[in-house]
Design a binder for this molecule. Structure first.
Ligand code: XIL
Length: 330
C-alpha cells in the first residue's frame, strides 16, 4: 500500500512540500511520487508573499496555479503557506512599511485577492508562520509586531476570517519540540487566543529535525507527543507541517538512525487523535532546502535521489499503518 492509502485508512493527510523549481521541469519521478504517495501538498515557496505578490500591483500566479491544478487532478488537498512570516519571505514594501494603517490595508488587500483567487481550492492556510524567535522563548521582531503590537496574531486571525470564514486558519511554529522556553511561551499565547474565541483552527508543529548541525538532538517521542498533545488539549487540530530528519554524513548507520527517529516521531504525533496531517518538507533527497542551508548530503527525506524508498519510508509507513489499525473505519 502507498503512504497515501495508509494515511487515508487512518483518516489523516500525508503531505509533501513541493518546489516549483523541480515541479516545473515536469520531472516524471518527482511527479509520480508526489501523486502516488501523498494526498496533500504545500508550496515550498510559490505562495509566500515575496513570490506571489512581490510588488503592490504585481501578482505571480503561475506557480500557485500549477500546483493547485496538479492537486485537483490527483485528488490531493492543498495547504496554503504562508501569509504573515516575521522572519523572511516578505517583500520590502511590507517590511519597510512604517505606518500601521497602511500595513493593515496591505494585509487586507493581500488576503482578499489571495483567498478570492484560491476560491476554496486551498482548504487551509498557515496564516502566521514562526511568530517566535527561532531558538528563543520570545516573540520575533518584525514589522507586524512593531506596527500592530504584540497581539498582532489576534488581529491577523480576525481580518483573515472576515475575508473568508471558510478557510481554516493555522499558526505554524518551529522547534517547540526542542526548546522548552519556546514551547512554554507559545502555549500561553495559543491558549490566550483560544480563550478569547479567535478563529484559530489548528497549530502546525513544523518538526524539522536539524541535528546535529543546528540542534543538539531530536526530541524524544514522549516529548514530541506532549507538544502535539498540548494543542489537541485546547480543542485545536494539529498537523506536523514540515518534517525532515537530517542523516549526518559522518554517522555510519545514518539511514537506520534516521528511520528510527522518523518512525518514532510520526507514531508519537499520530497517536494524538487531533493530529490529522503529517507533511514532509520535500519529496526526495534530490531536492531539499537542507542542501542550501545546512550543507550537502544530509539526505533528509523519505526517498533517495533516484526516488527509491529509504528505510525512513518504511518506518513512516509502519507508523501510518498503526494509526489505521487504531482508527475504526466505515
Ligand atoms: C524554506 C524553503 O524550503 C526554502 O526553499 C526557502 O529558501 C526558505 O524557506 N520554515 C518554514 C518554511 O516555515 O517556509 C521554510 O522553507 C523552512 C523553515
Amino acid at each position: 500500500m502507498s503512504l497515501r492509502e495508509l494515511a487515508a485508512a487512518g483518516g489523516v493527510r500525508v503531505g509533501a512540500a513541493v518546489s516549483e523549481t523541480v515541479f516545473d521541469t515536469g520531472d516524471e519521478t518527482y511527479c509520480s511520487l508526489l501523486a502516488g504517495e501523498f494526498n496533500s501538498l504545500t508550496a515550498e515557496r510559490a505562495m509566500k508573499w515575496m513570490w506571489i505578490h512581490p510588488e503592490p500591483d504585481r501578482w505571480e500566479w503561475a506557480a500557485n496555479d500549477g500546483l493547485v491544478q496538479f492537486a485537483e487532478s490527483h485528488g490531493m488537498q492543498v495547504r496554503g503557506h504562508t501569509v504573515v512570516w516575521p522572519h523572511w519571505g516578505t517583500p520590502p514594501y511590507i517590511t519597510d512599511c512604517d505606518d500601521a494603517a497602511a500595513l493593515r490595508r496591505h494585509l487586507v488587500e493581500h488576503l482578499e485577492v489571495l483567498f478570492a483567487h484560491w476560491g476554496g481550492s486551498v482548504a487551509r492556510v498557515d496564516v502566521v508562520n514562526e511568530p517566535l524567535h527561532w531558538l528563543e522563548g520570545r516573540l520575533a521582531d518584525s514589522v507586524w509586531r512593531s506596527l500592530m503590537g504584540d497581539d498582532y496574531m489576534a488581529e491577523v486571525l480576525t481580518l483573515a476570517h472576515d475575508v473568508d470564514p471558510t478557510i481554516e486558519l493555522w499558526i505554524n511554529e518551529t522547534h517547540n519540540d526542542i526548546v522548552p522556553d519556546k514551547h512554554e511561551l507559545f502555549t500561553k499565547m495559543v491558549a490566550d487566543l483560544v480563550e478569547r474565541g479567535l478563529p484559530l483552527h489548528g497549530i502546525g508543529v513544523q518538526g524539522h529535525q536539524l541535528y546535529p548541525d543546528f540542534s543538539p538532538a531530536p526530541p524524544t517521542p514522549e516529548r514530541f507527543h506532549q507538544v502535539v498533545n498540548t494543542y489537541a488539549d485546547m480543542g485545536l487540530e494539529v498537523a506536523v507541517t514540515e518534517m525532515d530528519v537530517l542523516a549526518h554524513p559522518t554517522d555510519s548507520d545514518r539511514l537506520d538512525v534516521q528511520a528510527r527517529i522518523y518512525g518514532e516521531l510520526v507514531d508519537a504525533a499520530l497517536s494524538v487523535e487531533a493530529c490529522r496531517e503529517i507533511t514532509f518538507w520535500g519529496v526526495s533527497d534530490a531536492h531539499s532546502w537542507v542542501d542550501e542551508h545546512f550543507g550537502p548530503d544530509r539526505a533528509p527525506l523519505l526517498f533517495d535521489r533516484e526516488g527509491q524508498p529509504k528505510p525512513a519510508y518504511h518506518a513512516v509507513a509502519a507508523a501510518f499503518a498503526s494509526r489505521a489499525r487504531r482508527t475504526p473505519t466505515g
